[in-house]
Design a protein around this ligand. Structure first.
Ligand SMILES: N[C@@H](CCC(=O)N[C@@H](CS)C(=O)NCC(=O)O)C(=O)O
Length: 276
């Protein structure tokens, strides 16, 4: 791993690393915040998955999360949202290809060679982080929009791997909304059965672990009724007896101003779960 940014921040360090990903078969960048406590011993890790059009910079420059991570002694790991590079398939649209990996393992061409963000986030990245940094194997996961979808899906599919999961404005049912339908058709093909393994609303139905879900959603979010549909998650959680704290936040939109307003709550929530 090559460190390409290194900045003092709230007594710790906000770094960015470039590394070769075997799973994605390309070079990747990832933001790593080391809180002051990491200088004295290993700390638990919160993984953050960003949304469409983002790379590792959006969260580290706009969410203001470092202050809370320093307070609670939590390492923050914020990867890019897709494989990258000239050799990596892309699309002109903002919601497909680079910047829009949707945290799935693609099975269709031209995407299958590099677009394996599910394996990258669930397996390769934690192994790398736990080998390279003063990190324990105590993990939590969160994200925004497409990244909220990623966080919910990865936590639901991997019982025991995360102590807690949360999401901001997540795409809870990608199989039922335009963003997800477009991406899943391209990456996974037309067989909707294959989509279910990447759809939080579907996964809640069969979840063994029932890790409680914390979701914040702005009620002035421009994507609320067309793409996000948190009511679908509420209904399926109620039916399955899966604990969900869904907080509709009045006046907030889809932006990082919303994330910055509530990230402190989420980091406190994850820190509590990771201490337990
Ligand atoms: N560009 C798209 C929306 C993209 C968008 O809102 N992306 C969210 C994630 S889904 C984001 O975090 N954007 C980057 C940022 O705000 O820093 C559009 O205009 O419809």
């Amino acid at each position: 791993m090559e460190r390409i940014e290194h900045r003092a921040c709230f007594g710790g360090w906000q770094d960015v690393y470039r590394h070769r990903s075997e799973v994605l078969d390309c070079d990747m960048t990832v933001g790593v915040y080391l809180p002051p406590q990491a200088a004295h011993g290993p700390c638990p890790v919160l993984y953050w998955l960003s949304g469409l059009t983002c790379n590792e910079q959006n969260f580290i420059t706009k969410a203001g999360a470092q202050r809370y991570a320093a307070e609670h002694g939590v390492i923050l790991v914020a990867p890019d949202t897709s494989p990258r590079g000239q050799d990596v398939a892309n699309d002109e649209a903002y919601d497909l290809g680079q910047g829009a990996g949707f945290y799935v393992n693609a099975t269709r061409e031209p995407w299958a060679k590099h677009y394996r963000m599910y394996d990258y986030v669930a397996d390769e990245l934690p192994a790398l982080v736990e080998a390279k940094f003063p990190a324990t194997d105590v993990r939590a996961i969160s994200g925004h929009s497409m990244g909220g979808h990623g966080a919910l899906v990865i936590a639901l599919r991997n019982p025991g791997r995360y102590r807690s999961v949360s999401a901001f404005s997540p795409i809870v049912a990608p199989s039922q909304v335009p963003w997800g339908e477009k991406a899943f058709a391209a990456y996974l093909g037309d067989d909707r059965e294959a989509w279910k393994r990447y759809d939080a609303v579907e996964l809640v139905k069969g979840a063994r672990e029932k890790l409680p879900l914390l979701v914040d959603q702005g009620d002035a979010d421009e994507f609320l009724s067309g793409q996000l549909k948190p009511e679908l998650l509420r209904a399926v959680c109620a039916a399955a007896g899966h604990r969900l704290e869904l907080r509709l936040q009045p006046g907030y939109d889809h932006s990082y101003y919303f994330i910055a307003s509530f990230i402190g709550d989420h980091i406190a929530h994850h820190a509590r779960a990771m201490r337990a």
